[in-house]
Design a protein around this ligand. Structure first.
Ligand code: PLP
Length: 426
């Protein structure tokens, strides 16, 4: 029966059987993800109970948004979940890049130096920092930048970090997830260890973690281990697929006050910012996020094992522990990457009939192909795949609001590669 419904969606028995064999070996991994989800679900419920979340918090505000109880309480809930003094969780933070830009520009002053210790930051931050010249970059405002690459085994280069820290260094940036690189994703334990190291050199250094794609993958977050700020997007993990927009910055009172003064204005800070009726989605999305993330992790591990079996390089590999929801598959050819993305698109509940094409997306230095059939535009907690059209032609696969949808996406991608004679299953 299950084969019949898959056949009717265009998946052959050959693909279904191949995938079922792989899944049979993943039961223990899936059980681990369920346990993490259970813990994180309790963490979120507990925070909501402690903040006495009630339906009054779902009311819309307009205009200035003074005394928006729903907004202020949601920020308290986030602060509890991430174990920080304060939080800024707003629809006015329009995406992850914006949240990161606000966190950085509000806590750095002319003459300060920003030091990235996890190598080159995510592509869209290059213009924020001024690694690629851009109007209004930190560089234009007199903030200098330096970076220390990860060692070849993917760990922090402590010697290099120590040497790079100087009297100008004010803020240390760490990116948890690999983003568009094929390095390892950092575990919270590794991040915690390096935070301790950095603080032992100078306790006044501000440590900011780009937490995108990492939330709820583990039972702990970098802010449990001394990060002064963790920053991310609500159309990724913590929005649970329901948040229609938004970003968050959780951190110390000092860092969050700076961020709020930058996001709105000096003086106004957190006091303004209407929520226009989306608060309920932000609460409900956070409530669902632990389960959604576990489904996305199942999809990622399934994809890793399918494509590893077929001889492609996958990062992380099929048996590695997981620290974010992204799965990279290196196809080595543009055709492989494109067919993979076509499969993800064809499996979507929304826009399944369109064909993804590479395009020059703002903020990226190579053409990018993106597959997504999302309820929320650009949401990458929903099943999506993308990758820059450059060596090693890696597809970055992530999300899935339900495990079964992620599974269909992978099966459909495999079918496309099989139909294009790029892979053989026997
Ligand atoms: C997605 C992402 C960003 C940027 O977030 P947007 O919402 O796309 O602007 C930054 N860093 C990492 C690691 C990301 O994955």
């Amino acid at each position: 029966m299950i084969n019949d419904i898959y056949n009717s969606l265009g998946i052959s028995n050959e693909v279904v059987d191949f995938c079922e064999k792989i899944l049979n070996n993943l039961k223990n991994r899936f059980e681990e993800f369920d346990k993490v989800a259970e813990y994180n679900q309790m963490k979120v419920i507990k925070a909501m109970q402690q903040e006495k979340v009630s339906d009054v918090h779902f009311a819309a505000t307009t205009g200035y948004g003074y005394n928006d109880l729903g907004r202020d309480t949601l920020e308290n809930v986030y602060a509890r979940v991430f174990n920080t003094e304060a939080a800024l969780v707003r629809p006015q933070l329009v995406c992850g890049t914006h949240a990161l830009a606000v966190a950085l520009s509000s806590n750095l002053r002319p003459g300060d130096e920003l030091l990235s210790i996890s190598g080159k930051p995510y592509d869209t931050l290059e213009e924020v920092i001024g690694i690629r010249d851009s109007k209004g970059s930190l560089k234009e405002y007199g903030v200098s930048y330096n970076q220390v690459d990860l060692l070849s085994d993917g760990s922090f280069d402590k010697e290099g970090i120590k040497n790079a820290i100087n009297e100008k260094t004010k803020l240390i940036a760490i990116q948890r997830s690999k983003g568009y690189a094929t390095r390892k994703t950092l575990s919270v334990a590794e991040i915690g260890d390096v935070i301790k190291f950095v603080k032992s050199i100078n306790p006044k250094l501000i440590v900011m973690v780009d937490n995108c794609y990492g939330e709820f993958v583990e039972t702990i977050e970098p802010s449990d281990f001394g990060a002064d700020m963790v920053v991310g997007s609500l159309i990724k993990n913590p929005g649970g697929g329901l948040a229609p927009i938004g970003g968050y910055i959780c951190g110390t009172n000092e860092c969050i006050e700076n961020a709020a003064y930058r996001l709105t204005t000096p003086g106004l800070g957190k006091e303004v910012g209407a929520t226009l009726g989306i608060s309920q989605s932000l609460y409900q999305g956070l409530f669902l996020a632990p389960t959604v993330v576990s489904g996305a992790l199942k999809g990622a591990v399934f994809a890793a094992n399918v494509y590893e079996k077929l001889g492609f390089k996958v990062v992380p590999n099929g048996s590695e522990s997981r620290h974010d929801i992204i799965q990279a598959v290196e196809f080595g050819t543009p055709e492989g990457l494109i067919e993979f993305c076509k499969g993800i698109q064809a499996a979507a509940p929304v826009d399944s009939f369109v064909t993804p094409e590479p395009w020059a997306m703002p903020g990226y230095d190579a053409d990018v192909i993106m597959a997504a059939g999302a309820f929320v535009q650009g949401s990458s907690i929903e099943l999506s795949a993308d990758g820059p059209l450059k060596e090693p032609y890696a597809a970055y696969f992530q999300g899935g609001l339900t495990w079964y949808h992620a599974k269909l996406g992978i099966m459909m991608s495999l079918q496309k590669l099989l139909n294009a004679d790029i892979v053989k299953l026997s």
